[in-house]
Design a protein around this ligand. Sequence first.
Ligand code: F6R
Length: 261
Amino acid sequence: MEVIVAKNAEELGSIVANVIVQLLGRMERPTLGLATGSSPQPVYDELVRRHRAGAISFANTTACLLDEYLDLPPEHPQLYRTFIRRVFVDQIDLPLEQLLGPDVSGNQPETCSARYEAALKGAGGVDLQVLGIGSDGHIGFNEPSSSLASRTRVKTLTRQTREDNARFFGGEVDAVPKHAVTQGIGTILEARHLVLVARGAGKAKAIAQAIEGPLTAMVPASALQLHPHATVVIDPEAASGLQLLDYYEQAFRGKPPWEPI
Ligand code: F6R
């Protein structure tokens, strides 16, 4: 696993955007996995900026969501499909039919999970998956105790996650859905490159446990330890609990040019 400590949100955004731009340049029809929430926002902002400057096109890219809330009305602004359109997809040239996600509209979560697994396979799998991390160590909505081999399915959100996400629902915990459809940890691990981003001291403990703690279902993000190509890009506050901080910084700043992220 490569751990990169960016100076600030802008540098974080630019480091991850560079990796995505390289992918877009290398592949004819890349598939990009998108996380929602606040952590990847600097990445999406930077990609939108480069698109507007004419430097990149997403016309041949397929984008896949990690997860989707259940129990929200179709017009709700916090549905993840709506959220990602607002903060990213509607500002670039990615055709909407190339934005995939769990289709929760039919109220049949189990069928929708299986259909989404099939859609991911149909897209040729995910080339690069952007991930955030919950303060309880979740990735996607795989909460602590999720099977490390899990596939896309319905999960119940922890109280902690609902409290953390209340800021998107007017500060009301009770307004945050109790359930979501999420790619499983086994599904996420099939992406060819995982790029996890985190910002702020509130993520420091989860980051330290995920990177330097034991592999355990109690910290779902520790599953990144199993992946042959996992990159973690974090700010100094999120990195503050890491024991090997000096080593990670030394490795990144002294990275030879032939070794890509
Ligand atoms: C969102 C997702 C979640 C978030 C995590 C962090 O699609 O899968 O795992 O990445 O809850 O959320 P933020 O970035 O808002 O702190």
